[in-house]
Design a binder for this molecule. Structure first.
Ligand code: MN
Ligand code: MN
Length: 279
């Protein structure tokens, strides 16, 4: 990887880490989710980054892909909140997430298991390692604590302006496997639950113009390219205007159990990896 690209990743990672940490401190009972989402998105720009995707704030059994459409939903005592932040600089993306519980500590073991799975996974990533090996580390760590990983959700490789650039890192010792190579960039993101670990789809609040067919699609792709955007970012667009775009449906644990997530972005090196989203 050339120095120019590496510097851009490191800077995006630094901004993402700072913003995620600040946002976590703002998650309190009765605060509208929108306040935190807008804080994250504005703060990314204040610090000199660009938004890679809308701030995801997914609560309890919702694992991912929720972002508020308005200021109605508020944090409640006991909520288990996944906050997921994406920053890019010239398309080089840093993707990071963590889980916080609002005013209680009932799920701290679940959250810790997920964090430990991420830490162990990071220790296992290096040139030539198989994605299955990393997945197995995640699965074993989560199971050791009495929880299960969500197999349907995975980590992913990143490339310029591509949030999911083709390779996945499973959250279990999957049969399918690919070889990780030096200089690849990955978001590693274990999800742990006390439920069955199956996923059902909810509603979409996030979209992307992967194929711009209509006039309104083209207007959207001029603004966001193929990167994801929130419905609330385009209040002038009707639901009809968004038809035909890629929809990111909420990902919900199907038995209704609580889900925790932790995520870092890493650059793969010879004998290990560099975590770019750690402060
Ligand atoms: Mn993420
Ligand atoms: Mn991710």
């Amino acid at each position: 990887m050339n120095e120019y690209i590496r510097e851009h990743y490191l800077e995006a990672g630094k901004i993402a880490a700072t913003v995620l940490k600040e946002a976590g401190a703002g998650i309190k009972e009765d605060v509208p989710l929108l306040e935190v989402a807008e804080y994250v998105e504005n703060r990314i720009k204040d610090l000199g980054g660009d938004i890679a995707f809308p701030c995801n704030i997914s609560i309890n059994e919702i694992a991912s892909h929720y972002t508020p459409d308005d200021d109605i939903p508020r944090f409640k005592k006991g909520d288990v909140v996944k906050i997921d932040v994406g920053v890019h600089i010239e398309g080089y993306i840093a993707d990071t997430a963590s889980t916080v519980e609002v005013a209680t500590g009932h799920h701290s073991k679940l959250i810790k298991a997920c964090e430990e799975a991420l830490d162990n996974a990071i220790l296992s990533v290096r040139d030539s390692v198989q994605t299955r090996t990393v997945g197995k580390v995640i699965e074993e760590t989560i199971k050791k604590h009495g929880f299960i990983p969500i197999k349907h959700l995975t980590g992913h490789s990143l490339e310029q302006y591509k949030l999911h650039s083709g390779m996945s890192i499973p959250n279990y010792g999957s049969v399918f496997s690919q070889k990780i190579k030096k200089d690849m960039v990955f978001a590693i993101e274990p999800f742990a639950t006390c439920g069955t670990g199956n996923i059902r789809y909810g509603k979409p609040h996030i979209y992307a113009a992967v194929k711009a067919i209509t006039t309104s699609h083209k207007k959207i792709s001029e603004r966001f390219g193929t990167l994801p955007f929130a419905r609330r970012w385009v209040p002038e667009m009707s639901m009809g205007d968004l038809k035909g775009l890629r929809e990111y449906f909420e990902l919900i644990e199907s038995s209704g159990a609580i889900v925790a997530q932790s995520e870092h972005t890493v650059i793969v090196g010879e004998g290990g990896c560099k975590v770019i989203t750690k402060r």
